[in-house]
Design a protein around this ligand. Sequence first.
Ligand SMILES: [Cu+2]
Length: 239
Amino acid sequence: MNSRTIAVPVLALAIGAGAATVVLTLANGHTAANSSPTASQRAVGQAPSSTGGTGTADGGMMGAAGGMGGGGSDIARGASGGLVPAARMQALAARAAQGVTKSHGTLSYHTKAVTLVALGAPGNRPGMYWQIDGVDGPKGPTVSVPAGATVTVDFADGDPGHPHGFELTTAAPPYGRMAMGEGSIASPGAFVMPVPPPKGNLWYAATVTFRAPAPGTYHIICPVPGHAQQGMWATLVVR
Ligand SMILES: [Cu+2]
């Protein structure tokens, strides 16, 4: 293939329980380490931690208790191990869509606290795509948020056939196979390690919160090799 194939990023999939330290080495030499979900990634339903994570039991990508322990959020209570009922995620997507202005494929948020529900290929159509707040890609939709917004992403993999993850990247399409190595993570915490495909109607889910980066155009991709290339990307505009 092309020269990019030489600089293959090492993608360590940490799936399952345990306090695994996950190190993601990008092709550009940047390394992102995630030894616990408390810093930037939590199980869906857990409130952002301001205490350095004392409330979280044992680490692991998926979070320990799946939101049962500590959350101020009402998201996905009762989930365990990061598995959330599909219907719950879809209900969250419907709720997130309320108060959002939709115009020409753009979802505009007008509040400083933004919650997106980003679902990986949940089965409405074939192929690799994002569904954000109930609106399907491919190559879309576009989400617009105000400068300075705090963005919470409730992510889940709804695709029976594939693992998916989440990344807000500085790289623009078109993407090659290793899209995750083409740019940088656009804001600290704007990344979810790929999670496994669903178990029946239970979806692996995670929540991350990050500050909107400087005004401009960014893209939401799946970091699994080939997925963004096949259309699994959307656009985030900070205005
Ligand atoms: Cu994917």
